[in-house]
Design a protein around this ligand. Structure first.
Ligand code: ADP
Ligand code: MG
Length: 571
């Protein structure tokens, strides 16, 4: 029921000076001449998580032409742009005034990636922004007049500044939308072009610092493709784009230490997402299902078939149904790959910096000293070709130290002072020059990939007792009921807003889709269908403005790392 705007004013006057709980009276929806204000959640006290409101402008007021939002990519881009505008406007309006979070006004803040979010939503009919507000108090008393100022004055002002087309720079709005559309187009075009990744000429790949993902300023060497790998695309808005195409198959990135190998791989990892204008990686795109693989000792593994890589563990441990609460470097890396094949990927990304050496290679001398039947591990070098030839899964590997990989590579790129050279022919010559001393250990075929059915009750955060919360504590941590879920090694989570969505997605999957028979892949298909149809609000009916869409790969990564997870059966 829509209440009159005057009613909000009246209520705020009435509760002024009363105990904080009196704020609950303002919950509800209010109609104003040019907008609607929904007060969805009122915080319990000034120190609690802030209250949540939504402000909705009808299309005729907002005035965004359909060409700015009439495809999924454009809509995502426009919503992202408006979120950034609203963030700036909130920043300006927000003043801590009173106790606790009094006076704070914010929207969810995006980073360098342009993700589907719930912070701002644009439909053909209206534009909505979801805003957090610290309802003001002195001590624990309602500051009614200040609240009126925020709800009746500042928030509408924020909405006018950031959600009305004519109040925004039309050039910047359009550019934001167009550049995202171009990136999505380019990513979609990779498959037909026989590529798994593309890095545009002129791209700036290095970042400001390990904790600042904005582009490096002075000193950054712009990307320049080697001629032999140069490809060109005509994208809808920017026209012709040239750059380095990485073909499907097995690709090595080699080069001396500190020459930019890991930086290139990081850009490829995050190329599954679109980037904001001036990020530097606008035309660094990767197939959308690419998965970064690394060693992650200490992680939990439940019922995964890691037998393609690991067999004959001491004490007869069955590696076709492998579980541990504390994986080693090599078993964790094997499990990460086995799981990725199970939930779905067409491209693995591996950096020697974060790999277990004994997982990557067993050299000729070690083969001679330690017989195959005494070594449980079949190194990745002996499986990487089978992955591509049998399963169509490509790999890009950063290797600085192991030339044996030349034997199994299709393409070899050398980073030299931050610039790529195509050294494929030279690497093949070198490989041909020496008789291969290593004995391949990979067997006739890659081997079996798990299809596991999770037990729904093992995902219940309350564990059968009272209601327990699922709470994202940061990009890399979810508190799942009482169980901490460590995602710090899941490197392609780009935002804590995705982490938040992942936590709630696990609960939704548990409640709606898991029945003890459906497999991980089937459950993820159902979840993705639900999110495609209902948007991220399918995760919660609370109109949260703080979700960003995670990929299925990261949702599965979280599921697989949940320490309470149990598997019903393994096919
Ligand atoms: P590698 O993995 O080859 O050892 P890194 O990718 O870690 O090298 O890069 C080493 C350093 O060089 C990092 O500090 C990185 O920020 C910087 N760097 C990488 N690429 C560039 C570039 N194109 N221009 C300038 N600096 C770069
Ligand atoms: Mg490195």
């Amino acid at each position: 029921m829509l209440k009159k705007s005057e009613e909000l004013e009246k209520t705020l006057r009435r509760i002024d000076g009363r105990g904080y709980k009196a704020y609950k009276d303002i919950q509800g929806s209010y109609g104003f001449p040019a907008h609607t204000l929904h007060i969805d959640h009122v915080q319990g006290d000034p120190f609690a998580a802030p209250s949540r409101v939504r402000i909705v402008l009808p299309e005729r007021v907002a005035g965004f032409t359909p060409d700015l939002h009439d495809t999924p990519a454009r809509n995502r881009a426009l919503c992202d742009f408006l979120t950034r505008a609203a963030d700036a406007a909130c920043e300006e309006a927000s003043r801590r005034a009173g106790s606790g979070k009094s006076g704070l006004i914010s929207v969810d803040r995006p980073g360098q990636e342009v993700l589907e979010r719930t912070s701002v939503n644009v439909t053909g009919a209206e534009v909505e922004a979801r805003i957090s507000v610290g309802l003001p108090a002195t001590g624990r008393r309602v500051l009614g007049r200040q609240a009126a100022l925020i709800l009746l004055d500042q928030i509408p002002k924020i909405a006018r500044a950031s959600l009305i087309a004519t109040n925004l720079d039309p050039e910047r709005t359009r550019r934001h939308v167009e550049i995202v559309e171009d990136q999505s187009f380019l990513r979609d075009a990779l498959g037909d072009a026989g590529l798994v990744a593309f890095v545009g000429d002129g791209a700036i790949l290095p970042r400001k610092s390990g904790v600042d993902p904005r582009p490096m300023g002075e000193g950054a060497v712009a990307f320049r493709s080697p001629e032999s790998l140069r490809r060109e695309f005509d994208v809808p808005n920017a026209g012709r784009v040239t750059g380095m195409g990485i073909p499907a198959g097995v690709t090595l990135i080699v080069g001396g230490g500190y020459h930019g190998k890991s930086t290139l791989l990081s850009a490829i990892e995050l190329g599954v997402y679109d980037h904001v204008p001036a990020d530097g990686r606008e035309f660094a795109v990767t197939v959308p299902d690419a998965v970064k693989i690394r060693a992650e000792d200490g992680r939990s593994v439940q019922g995964v078939d890691i037998s393609p890589f690991i067999t004959n563990l001491p004490f007869g441990t069955d590696t076709r149904d492998f579980s541990t609460a504390d994986a080693s470097g090599s078993t964790s890396q094997a499990a990460n790959i086995a799981e990725a094949l199970e939930y779905g990927t067409s491209l693995l990304l591996i950096d020697e910096d974060t790999s277990a050496t004994n997982f990557m290679i067993r050299d000729h001398r070690m083969q001679e000293l330690v017989a195959k039947d005494k070594e449980p591990i079949t190194p990745f070098i002996d499986k990487v070709r089978q992955l591509y030839d049998e399963r169509g899964v490509s790999t890009i590997i950063v290797v600085g130290g192991v030339g044996d990989y030349f034997d199994v590579a299709d393409t070899v790129v050398m980073m030299d002072s931050y610039l790529p050279l195509d050294v494929t022919d030279r690497a093949k010559e070198i490989a041909a020059k020496y008789v291969a001393e290593r004995v391949p250990e990979g067997g006739d075929s890659f081997g079996h990939v798990s299809a596991r059915a999770p037990v729904p009750s093992s995902l219940d955060p309350s564990r059968g007792k009272r209601q327990e919360k699922v709470d994202a504590k940061g990009r890399g941590t979810i508190l799942f009921g009482r169980t901490p879920l460590d995602l710090s090694a899941v490197e392609q989570i780009a935002s804590v807003s995705q982490t938040r969505a992942i936590g709630d997605a696990l609960v939704l999957m548990m409640k709606r889709f898991m029945d003890g028979r459906r497999t991980v892949a089937e459950i993820l298909d159902l979840l993705e269908g639900e999110l495609d149809r209902g948007g991220l609000d399918a995760l919660s009916s609370r109109h949260l403005g703080t979700y960003a869409r995670p990929r299925r790969q990261e949702i599965a990564a979280a599921l697989n790392r949940l320490r309470t997870l149990r598997i019903e059966q393994q096919r």
